[in-house]
Design a protein around this ligand. Structure first.
Ligand code: UDP
Ligand code: MG
Length: 316
């Protein structure tokens, strides 16, 4: 198998026919040396039957259905683990990332790169809010993380088997796929593209999921937030030292009872700093707990490939 295309899909029934059509024409040059893997991430709409219908028109298509919704990054991981190709192309189901870029990415890979990622030069049809938060996300992530993760770059990329094997050998539960590819190294290069608006349906990343994703991204690749907590505690110690001088001075010079304002100010400031520090610790401890449980990331409930093989095995 020369190339595998991996697409995580959650409630993307409307996008699938067009997605498969465009993917099929992008992988046409590779014939039966290409496979298209659609991972249904516990959809509650008709996504799975749309995948099955599309299989009637596209022989290279394989569907994988997860037993429940596990999130974009885990669904992507499931697809990557199932992929058989020498080169693996990943993209979103909503056609925001053009499948036609595969050709250009293949050319770059022929030149010896192991990871060719797509960098968004421009985003079309996305709200100002999404653009601003995404812009801030990639910048904050870069300052926070110890790994140099390319900016404005999602999971849209072509990777070699070598790079994929390296990423799949990483045992962590907290999957931040683009960060993991950045971490493994090898020769990497980005190509710029314009991110199109969503073809149909709406975003599966509401603010709540975006915040989760951002916290996951930062904690998975850095312990800088913990250092930030330490730095905050030094800052607050310094502040309380100054405060103490002020309080003693007022007591001696003016002989006043300590003021209400300063007490409230100090108490609320330190309560805030302490809670935040505890919160940061909690994020890491929670993650240690999840990692320690070492549960499987996902379960496959249906696999169109396996369904065909099973009757044969039963005959034996
Ligand atoms: N997705 C998924 N599981 C989820 C959320 C999203 O598999 O729990 C898929 C979704 O179907 C899409 C991709 O992840 O193919 C990216 O999601 P989306 O386009 O909604 O994100 P956005 O582009 O708005 O950031
Ligand atoms: Mg999208």
């Amino acid at each position: 198998m020369q190339i595998s295309v991996v697409v995580p899909c959650m409630n993307e029934a409307e996008s699938i026919p067009h997605l498969v059509e465009r993917l099929a024409s992008s992988v046409k040059p590779y014939g039966d040396q290409a496979e298209i893997l659609l991972v249904d991430d516990g959809s509650t709409d008709e996504t799975w039957s749309a995948i099955q219908t599309a299989r009637e028109f596209c022989a290279q298509l394989r569907g994988l259905r997860l037993s429940a919704n596990r999130g974009h990054q885990v669904a992507l991981t499931a697809g990557l683990e199932a992929a058989k190709g020498e080169r693996i192309f990943m993209l979103d189901a909503d056609l925001q990332d053009p499948p036609e870029l595969l050709g250009d990415m293949m050319v770059m890979m022929d030149r010896g790169y192991d990871v060719v990622y797509g960098t968004r030069r421009k985003r079309e049809g996305e709200t100002v809010f999404k653009r601003v938060t995404a812009w801030a996300f990639y910048r904050v992530l870069n300052t926070m993380s110890d790994v140099d993760i390319p900016r404005d770059t999602g999971d849209f990329r072509l990777v070699s088997r070598k790079a994929l094997t390296a990423v799949l050998s990483m045992p962590e539960r907290a999957r931040f796929v683009r960060g993991m590819f950045a971490w493994v190294g090898f020769r990497q290069i980005g190509i710029e593209y314009v991110r199109a608006p969503r073809e149909s349906g709406e975003t599966k990343y509401p603010l709540r999921k975006m915040v989760r994703f951002a916290i996951d991204a930062m904690t998975a690749f850095s312990t800088k937030p913990l250092k930030f907590a330490t730095r905050m505690s030094f800052a607050s110690l310094g502040f309380s030292g100054l405060m103490m001088i002020y309080v003693l001075h007022s007591l001696i010079v003016y002989q006043t009872a300590p003021g209400w304002a300063s007490i409230v100010l100090v108490v609320s400031l330190f309560a805030g700093v302490q809670l935040m520090t505890l919160g940061i610790l909690g994020e890491y401890i929670g993650r240690l707990y999840i990692e320690a449980k070492n549960r499987p990331l996902y379960f496959v409930s249906e696999d169109t490939c396996r369904a065909e093989v099973l009757p044969l095995q039963e005959m034996v």
